[in-house]
Design a binder for this molecule. Sequence first.
Ligand SMILES: Nc1ncnc2c1ncn2[C@@H]1O[C@H](COP(=O)(O)OP(=O)(O)OP(=O)(O)O)[C@@H](O)[C@H]1O
Length: 594
Amino acid sequence: MKQLAVLNKYFLRYRWHLLLGTLFVTLSNYFRVLQPQLIREALDLVVENIGLYHLLNGFELQAELYSLLGKTLLLFGGLVLLFALIMGLFMYFMRQTIIVMSRLIEYDMRKELFAHYEKLNLAFYKRNNTGDLMARISEDVSKVRMYLGPAVLYGINLASLFVLVIYSMLRVSVELTLYSLAPLPLLSISIYYVSNLINKRSERIQRQLASLNSTAQEVYSGIRVVKSYVQEAPMVRHFADQCEDYKTKSLELVKVDSFFFPIMLLLIGASTVITVYVGGLQVVKGTITAGNIAEFVIYVNMLTWPVTAIGWIASIIQQAAASQKRINEFLDTQPEITSPAEDESPIEGQVVFDDVTFVYPDTGIRALKKVSFELAAGQKMAIVGRTGSGKTTIADLLVRMYDVSEGEIRIDGRNIESLDLDNLRRRVGYVPQDVFLFSDTVANNIAFGRRDAPQEEIEKFARHAAVYKDIKELSEGFQTRVGERGITLSGGQKQRVSIARALIKHPDIIILDDCLSAVDTTTEKEILGYFNEALADKTAIIITHRIYSHLQFDKIIVLDDGRITEVGTHEELLELRGYYYDMYERQTFEEASS
Ligand SMILES: Nc1ncnc2c1ncn2[C@@H]1O[C@H](COP(=O)(O)OP(=O)(O)OP(=O)(O)O)[C@@H](O)[C@H]1O
């Protein structure tokens, strides 16, 4: 249960909701407990006056007694109604305080958890799958909310009702109280077991539902592959199997669920029978009145829900503790990449890799081995090399998605790890290989890093990225929503929108990771023509699988298995007759034959 201790700060934050809620619960229960006492009074009044009524047979007084009794009973009835109304009013207030408190805490928790997630490193996201991250922020937080709201509410209700009801019962008869309450612990224990079973089975259903959803989602996303391989029928069978599993699990839950109310009614029935039997004998002995039996039966029924709730609350708390443990695991994860200083100053753009070695933390893959190069501010460098040779890793290290394992990266002569992280990332325009667009308008996607960019700027940079015409042809131009992950745009269009997104930031250093791979050669020329002029004073690192003859590079490096194997200018590398030369020959041949 210590897992739940972290939630105490929220109780403290919303202490007035909690305190007022407790007061309203107690007041509501106070008026609830008064009702059986009024009913007992009314019943006793009737029982006591039956004899007198019959004695007055034939006398005028009999009618008067009848009317007086009627009026008194009506008064009792009116009072019971009034108390029920007051009780209801306080119940309304108790939900308005405690359940509202739980919703406010749920909102705070989700916000804080999301903000925390965003601070964590890329390595954390590689380590944990998206489904798990989503589950912790949605389902786990919801389970914790069940503890903060309903469990706390029913807990307070249980405590206050118990004190009030048992005090009222003991005042009448200690012996009858003990007999009437005897079956209730059994009720609590059995409900605890049934609730636990229900929860376990519900969880299994939830998991099955999640897998059902991801299957469906995967099929929808990969519908092109499914159709072109004529795999619709096997996919339907696969989905049907999963549905079958879901159905079986749901039926298992129904079986246990069906026990809930019968158990409750059986044990409450037992309590009532005992009350009437033992109470009846006591009435005969004269220790209590007949009205007391009615009063007790109502008390026992009043305790039904709170006692049932003990098992239910225990089960909710158990689940909430398990969920909070999962949430705490993430909350306790601290970002390894932190910003040491606040410094908004611009970057000149000198980049130095000094004997950089990098090992991916989870796989142990040595992606870079003693890589060294130097770029003066404003210089342009191309990185080429086979797939998996470490090109993207260089880009990721430059924006500190990871920190180097050995060696040092310096920007303007300062170790990259001593620079203000946000400032660094703001001043580097990075177009990653796997372009990602948000399901928002094209304009907002371009202005992602500069939310205040005016429309003219957005259009200007769209032109520079050679995507202006494509956007204008969309149904709503720049206001067209691009669908999930930019699904409604072509691969090349997505690449160009993300180039515009990087350029509009006016970065000091620009890194383009294979971002023209899906663009035709005419468009490529158009973009490169612009690059020549726009990147004139910027340091640029361009990762590519093609040789761009339209761009003058100060330096080209060839990577192979994490090492620099060739370095020099275009002409120098051609003279080396190595990987670069082969690449150039192949490309020239392909262009000539196309
Ligand atoms: N997140 C990661 N976790 C573990 N290993 C990784 C990760 N990303 C890349 N690697 C490994 O590091 C090595 C270098 O990968 P990198 O992505 O830098 O290559 P690349 O040259 O950019 O390849 P490509 O041209 O195909 O994009 C590869 O062996 C790859 O398997």
